[in-house]
Structure formats: structure tokens, C-alpha cells
Design a protein around this ligand. Structure first.
Ligand code: NAP
Length: 253
């Protein structure tokens, strides 16, 4: 773990889909920098275990079950955060699904709906609930993907939903300024459960590493550091932007 400052002392941060992987890494980083963090995911057991891990590191943490496409769960996430901590300073919208490897033209309507619902719509609806509680100087981070710029064949529609988040970042930055900044992080490849299919064999892993300019995969800490930067006052003049954190894998100019 990198040296951390205390940029989030007194701040309250909600991170969705945060009981493992990148979301957990972000919650841990914000917490180590002083934030009270509200973590959540679909399964109570995962929530309980993650809260324990954060508390063991001295982090103030509240854990709740929140399947991001469930309206009641989202409402309760915001309400319980405000009940306990009184306000919201940071929202990191991190949940995503990638339920199919079918080509777009062969993807079932129900799968198209699920991709839109979890990867895009749930972020908007959560922010609708959270907006009245966001403080002056608050910050929203959407977690996209480098697939937003170059959708891969096996995950093309997922990539398109991540492209939508780049536009959503711009649109919400215009709508939520000047009090709230809205930015986006586009991770490269990080060996989490989600990316298991890319990293599980040594051969595929090596080929993936070679696509980067730094000859390694990303870590959850890399993603957390970039997210913490954008969420912090160090980025107080940055809004509507996407930071690609992909070790130089080609994305955009
Ligand atoms: P991960 O390690 O598989 O973790 C997923 C987390 O999300 C778990 O805590 C899971 O817990 C929770 N979750 C899953 N579905 C959920 C839902 N519908 N509602 C609420 N929580 C849910 O995934 P990850 O790799 O960290 O991915 C996080 C984000 O990074 C995603 O937006 C993904 O698109 C993006 N990303 C990842 C990579 C990569 O290489 N890993 C690259 C680019 C972008 P439960 O099972 O308890 O719900």
C-alpha cells in the first residue's frame, strides 16, 4: 500500500460493490485517509467480512446490503448513511455486470436490459437519491473501463455501457457543478474475480501483461489511488474527466 495522507478526514464516502476487488480497494484507501466509508454488495456475508477487514485496519466503516438495481436497497443505503454520518461527501459508483460473451447482434434483450440497468441506470438512480445530501465540495466517481474506448469482441456490449459512462460523466459534471465534481476512472486489467477469464492461466496472463507498457497487470491499489486523487481536494479543479489507469494499454490520445 502506498503512503497515504489524510485527505478524507471528516468526510463520508459511499462506495458501491465494495466487498472485494476494486471497490473494496477504494473503500480501504478512502478509509485509511480518514473517511468514514459505507460499503455494500449483494450478499450479507460478504458485507460482514469486508467490514471486519476494514475495522481491523482502524477504519470507520458501515456495511449494508445493496444490490444496485434494487430501488429499496439504494434508498436504504443513502438513508442509513445519512442517519449514521449526517451527510455524504464522496460517491463511488463501481458496480458492473458482464453477463454474456455473445456478439452484440446475438445478445438477448433481457441481457441488454441487465447491462444497461446495472452498468448505467443504477448509477443515475443512486445519484438521484444521494444528491440532496451531497455537500459543497463533494465528489462523484464513476468506474468505467478502458473497454469504453475499444470494446473487445467478447465483451463488446459491456464496453458500450462503459462508453456511456464517459458521456454520463460529462453530463453530470455540467449538471452537478459547481458544488459537486464528477469524474471517471477507466481501469485497465486488474486480476480480480471479475477479470478471472483474462488472468486465470499463466499464458493469457503473460500475454495481457505484455500489452501494457509497464509489463504488469493493474492492482486494486492502483485503481484506489487514482480514485482517491479524483475524489480529493487535490483534484479540486478537475471535473468531467476520465482518468485511464491501464499501464499504457492503448485507449485514447
Ligand atoms: P470483483 O472483484 O468481481 O468485485 C465485484 C464486487 O461487486 C463484489 O464485492 C460483489 O459482491 C459486488 N457486486 C457484484 N454485483 C453487484 C450488484 N449488482 N450490486 C452490488 N454489488 C455487486 O469486480 P472488480 O474487478 O473489482 O470490478 C469493479 C468495477 O471495475 C466494475 O465496474 C468493472 O466493470 C470495473 N473494471 C474492472 C476491471 C478489471 O480488470 N477487474 C477492468 C475494467 C473495469 P457480491 O457478490 O456480494 O454482490
Amino acid at each position: 500500500m502506498a503512503n497515504t495522507g489524510k485527505r478524507f478526514q471528516g468526510k463520508v464516502a459511499i462506495v458501491t460493490a465494495s466487498t472485494q476487488g476494486i471497490g473494496f480497494g477504494i473503500a480501504e484507501r478512502l478509509g485509511l485517509e480518514g473517511a468514514s466509508v459505507v460499503i455494500s454488495s449483494r450478499r450479507q456475508k460478504n458485507v460482514d467480512e469486508a467490514v471486519e477487514k476494514l475495522k481491523a485496519r482502524g477504519i470507520e466503516a458501515l456495511g449494508l446490503v445493496c444490490h444496485v438495481s434494487n430501488a429499496q436497497h439504494r434508498k436504504s443505503l443513502v438513508e442509513k448513511t445519512v442517519q449514521k454520518y449526517g451527510k455524504i461527501d464522496v460517491v463511488v459508483s463501481n458496480a458492473a455486470a458482464n453477463p454474456s460473451v455473445d456478439p452484440i447482434l446475438e445478445t438477448k434483450e433481457s441481457v441488454l436490459d441487465k447491462l444497461w440497468e446495472i452498468n448505467v441506470k443504477a448509477s443515475i438512480l443512486l445519484l438521484q437519491d444521494a444528491a440532496p445530501h451531497l455537500q459543497k465540495g463533494s465528489s462523484v466517481i464513476l468506474i468505467s473501463s478502458m473497454a469504453a474506448y475499444q470494446p473487445q469482441a467478447s465483451m463488446a456490449m459491456y464496453g458500450v455501457t462503459k462508453t456511456a459512462l464517459l458521456g454520463l460523466t460529462k453530463a453530470l459534471a455540467a449538471e452537478m457543478g459547481p458544488d459537486t465534481r464528477v469524474n471517471c476512472v477507466a481501469p485497465g486489467i486488474v486480476p480480480t474475480h471479475f477479470a478471472d477469464f483474462i488472468t486465470r492461466t499463466e499464458e493469457i496472463r503473460k500475454a495481457t501483461e505484455e500489452k501494457t507498457l509497464l509489463n504488469r497487470l493493474g492492482t486494486t491499489e492502483d485503481m484506489a489511488a487514482a480514485t482517491a486523487f479524483l475524489a480529493s481536494d487535490d483534484a479540486s479543479y478537475i471535473t468531467g474527466e476520465t482518468l485511464v489507469v491501464a499501464g499504457g494499454i492503448p485507449s485514447r490520445l
